[in-house]
Design a protein around this ligand. Structure first.
Ligand code: PRX
Length: 649
């Protein structure tokens, strides 16, 4: 399916973004490509409040990155909370900044910019009171309560560097992150609430911090009021922490290149990396892309139903929307609680104009009766966004026709934790769409496709997706390990940023992301490394070796298939499978499950010992007839055993 779907009139009429036609897109894209510094300095000065306006654009590039991170707006000084809060406070203090809906549909809250300012200032003052200074690291381990956004902004207010850890991660994963960034303070809540279930967040923090003397203070927001243990001298409730704190807090002025946050993400190898986003470039890029892609209009109710634990929540629930003064919606629950009509019920009740979710949610809901959609009034909707994984054309068409009733346009936004913001996407009023294509690059993004030798491929073609030039929102480094940043992103194709994704470009210049070409698996939009799965499973004494691969899954996008080689004498079977699941839950989190285990006599390896994942991937994709020549393997018979033991998926 590659026909062009025109932008509906409802989306083109009254557009406010200057990019309101393909011709305008081309003009802006060319200007940004020809003069990136001039383009981005204009955007930064236009959209962001500075204490000292930047004069410098980019310093450094992809060839000097091994020596030091490149910089944007290096002479600029700001505190990003002035862009996100204070300026709106001056103009329209009573407008709603955060519209929150809890696990139960009746549990809603509207927080004005005035209230947001007060709550952020009070917590910021509490952080200072507890010794947090500019540059210190604070871990935020919470569910989707408004206080998670308040905590992020309070850190930014005092120049502290936050690292939000998704509330589904286990205590071991949390401890790894606390250690990696040497956090001094943790902000959490007693329990999370999701789909009627309680998630013991504080208890998990306590387990993670056993023996971690570096964390001096834990601030706990009381969400459910559950009885939880408080460690004397370390723990304090949020209410007590902010009690008596001043309602004003002078923002700490930061350099544009001071870190704003660290966010851990999985890669091909090793433990997750702490990607570092910096203040000036990140806020410029998220504000710009948010208003441009969605064509944000005054008075819009904007809803992104991601979790703040992932980059989508950072850029498009908190920072981008608030910098643009939008009303941003925060959602604590799941798309299927109390039933699969929840999203559309919220659209009707809150009159949501822009709705942004993930393909896995769309596929889950499309599998239910359409009546769960059509029973609600969706006439407020104008733009429907998707992010996190490739969207199959069937789900795309359902989203546009059933949810959007042909009145809305779909923006399939491709980007990554590393990119900070949307890089390839339709711009709502400008770009005709194609089901399954992320369409065209944003101004300032110069994609290129290379073959495996790094040769650029021109015209309609397929290849590995790289980007030729830095943009302000790009992550600058890996926390504490710049060499790893360089090795991961800039060594495969020197002088270019390698995204890890495969991609096709068609005759119209539209981009079609085909998925990861490395050992990253994307399950329901959760990005995980096969190496993390393998090291968790290998903890079991019975397991000698293991290799994990992804396979196409109709709802989750990808599923996880684990090949396990046991120690001599160990018993395969359900009991062992359960222990492997437990190990995954313990070491990564409940979202890390293997869908299938297969016990095999050995891993397919070359004579030099390299594990041939390609072979295992083909088997689980049902393409055993395409394995090619396996005679060069150290033991070709293991392939027969793998094929014979494969029971389908
Ligand atoms: O493979 C791409 C996929 O998600 C990866 C990035 O994951 P993460 O850093 O967790 O960020 C997700 C939210 C931005 C990418 O390398 N991906 C993301 N968006 C799309 C996508 N694949 C296809 N189409 C998309 N729109």
């Amino acid at each position: 399916m590659s026909e062009l779907w025109p932008v509906p009139e409802r989306v083109t009429n009254g557009a406010v973004t200057p990019i309101n036609s393909l011709a305008a897109w081309r003009e802006h894209w060319l200007r940004a490509a020809n003069d990136p510094n001039g383009f981005w300095l204009d955007v930064a000065r236009d959209l962001i409040v500075w204490q000292q306006e930047p004069q410098q654009g980019l310093v450094g590039d992809y060839t000097t990155v091994q020596d030091q991170p490149f910089a944007w707006f290096a002479d600029g000084r700001l505190n990003i909370t002035e862009s996100c809060i204070d300026r709106h406070l001056a103009e329209r203090p009573d407008d709603i900044a955060i519209l929150w809906e809890g696990d139960e549909p009746t549990d809603t809250r509207a927080i004005s910019f005035r209230e947001l300012h007060r709550d952020v200032c009070k917590l910021a003052n509490a952080l200072t009171h507890h010794g947090i200074q500019k540059g210190d690291r604070v871990i935020i381990y919470m569910g989707m309560v408004a206080e998670a956004a308040i905590a992020m902004l309070a850190c930014a207010r005092v120049g502290a560097v936050h690292s939000v850890v998704f509330g589904g991660f286990s205590s071991e994963a949390l401890r790894d992150r606390v250690r990696d960034c040497n956090a001094e303070l943790v902000i959490t809540q007693d329990e999370g609430l999701r789909g009627g279930r309680r998630i013991p967040l504080k208890e998990t923090v306590d387990r993670a911090l056993l023996g971690e003397a570096g964390v001096r203070r834990v601030i706990m927001y009381e969400r459910t009021g559950a009885e939880v243990g408080m460690v004397e001298g370390r723990d304090i409730s949020w209410a007590d922490a902010v009690d008596g704190m001043a309602e004003q807090c002078t923002p700490v002025v930061c350099d544009a290149e001071d870190p704003l946050y660290i966010l851990y993400t999985s890669g091909s190898t090793g433990k997750p990396k702490g990607l570092v986003h910096t203040c000036g470039g990140y806020i410029t890029y998220t504000a710009y892309t948010h208003r441009t892609v969605f064509d944000l209009r005054p008075g819009d109710i904007y809803a992104c139903v991601a979790d703040v634990g992932w980059v989508t929540g950072h850029s498009y629930i908190v920072y981008g929307p608030l910098a643009n003064g939008a009303t941003t919606f925060m959602f604590e629950s799941t798309p299927v609680y109390p039933d699969a009509g929840r999203y559309w019920d919220m659209v009707e009740r809150h009159k949501i104009n822009i709705f942004y979710t993930a393909p896995t949610a769309i596929r889950t809901l499309a599998a239910e009766s359409d009546e769960l959609v059509t029973r609600y009034d969706r006439s407020s909707l104008r733009v429907l966004g998707t992010v996190g994984e490739p969207i199959n054309p069937e789900a795309w068409v359902w989203y546009r026709e059933v949810v959007g009733e042909e009145r809305c346009t779909i923006v399939d936004t491709w980007w990554q934790t590393e990119t900070g913001g949307i890089c390839i996407s339709p711009i709502a009023p400008a770009t005709p769409t194609k089901p399954g294509s992320a369409t065209l690059p944003m101004p300032g993004i110069m994609p290129l496709l290379v073959d495996s030798d790094g040769h650029e491929q021109h015209g309609p073609t397929s290849g590995h997706l790289c980007i030729a030039h830095p943009w302000p929102g790009q992550a600058r480094t890996v926390w504490g390990d710049h060499a790893r940043y360089v090795a991961t992103y800039f060594s495969t194709y020197p002088g270019r940023y390698f995204t890890g994704d495969g991609c096709r470009r068609d005759a119209d210049g539209y981009y079609w992301i085909t998925g990861r070409v490395d050992d990253v698996i994307n399950v329901s939009g959760h990005r995980m490394g096969t190496a993390e799965f393998e090291s968790a499973i290998l903890v079991l004494d019975e397991v000698a070796e293991c290799a994990v691969v992804g396979f196409p899954h109709p709802v989750k996008g990808q599923g996880v298939y684990a090949f396990v080689v046991m120690q001599p004498g160990a018993q395969p079977g359900e009991a062992l499978e359960k222990r492997m699941q437990d190990a995954l839950r313990q070491q990564i989190g409940a979202h890390a499950r293997a869908d299938r285990y297969q016990f095999i006599p050995g891993l397919p390896k070359t004579r030099s010992g390299k594990v041939m994942r390609r072979i295992m991937r083909k088997v689980v994709e049902g393409r055993s007839d395409e394995l090619g020549d396996v005679s060069t393997l150290a033991d070709p018979t293991v392939v027969d055993a793998i094929v014979a033991g494969f029971r389908g998926i």
